[in-house]
Design a protein around this ligand. Structure first.
Ligand SMILES: Nc1ncnc2c1ncn2[C@@H]1O[C@H](COP(=O)(O)OP(=O)(O)OP(=O)(O)O)[C@@H](O)[C@H]1O
Ligand SMILES: [Mg+2]
Length: 234
């Protein structure tokens, strides 16, 4: 489904990602872990075409998407929830969700607002509240819900649990697992919360100063505690 070959990413003169190659099969779940500033967000933005200058190859279903604008990638089925989650502050939760219905993915009917609210019971109670009347965690939940409305084929989540209360984290994990199962949605998630990442995915990559220094399944990651000590100081 997604293939990166020797991807390098730059902000001006600053070279952030170094020869990143990875494959994500249809419907697969992969976590990107690593310390602050290692390039997790840059990797997600490079896949979406939203930010850094990128060299190398990014393919989606075999098609080279490296020159497509972010909205064109969205139409193919990619959806990014950035770390600075942006929902419209003066629109209600329902109105924020309804807007996402306009971003159609070729060949897929979006969920309705009510369906999405049914997936996220915590949010359902807040459907009539405006964005600015939500806590940071509730806004994050709304941003995730909005991004799944169009029924993406590949969801790119940037640290969705940052700053969230444990109850909301548990809920979000359940909802993400359910959505993946339901539509065979693939997931690439940048997370510092390793337990949450493990709950949502099958594979894990470690990014260390812009390079992939570990790639494997969670059992392999867990079998070598040195990985966490050496590369993540966790
Ligand atoms: N817009 C930008 N302009 C210049 N440098 C940037 C920009 N965004 C990020 N960087 C730099 O690129 C490197 C990687 O940043 P990135 O945001 O990808 O890290 P991260 O792994 O997501 O970190 P965090 O866990 O703190 O979110 C850092 O050194 C950062 O300072
Ligand atoms: Mg980041």
């Amino acid at each position: 489904m997604l293939e990166l070959l020797n991807v390098n990413a730059f902000y001006g003169q600053s070279h952030v990602l170094h020869d990143v190659s990875l494959r994500l099969e249809d419907g697969a779940g992969v976590a990107i872990v690593g310390l602050n500033g290692m390039g997790k967000s840059t990797l997600l933005k490079s896949i979406m075409g939203a930010g850094p200058r990128v060299t190398g190859t990014v393919r989606f279903d075999g098609q080279d998407i490296g020159r497509l604008a972010p909205h064109q990638r969205a139409r193919l089925g990619l959806s990014l929830v950035p770390e600075d989650r942006r929902i419209y502050p003066h629109l209600t939760v329902s109105e924020n969700l309804a807007l996402a219905g306009h971003a159609k993915i070729a060949g897929r009917a979006p969920y309705s607002v009510d369906e999405v609210l049914d997936f996220f019971p915590l949010l359902k109670k807040l459907a009539g509240r405006k964005g600015f009347q939500l806590s940071g965690g509730e806004q994050q939940l709304a941003a995730v819900a909005r991004s799944v409305l169009a029924k993406p084929r590949l969801l790119l989540l940037d640290e969705p649990t940052e700053g969230l209360a444990p109850l909301i984290v548990d809920n979000m994990g359940e909802e993400i697992r359910m959505l993946r199962k339901r539509e065979g949605m693939a997931l690439l998630i940048a997370e510092q919360n390793v337990d949450f990442a493990r709950d949502c995915t099958e594979h894990v990559l470690v990014l260390n100063v812009g390079r992939i220094t570990f790639s494997g399944c969670w059992a392999e990651f867990d079998a070598d505690p040195g990985i966490r000590e050496r590369q993540m100081s966790l």
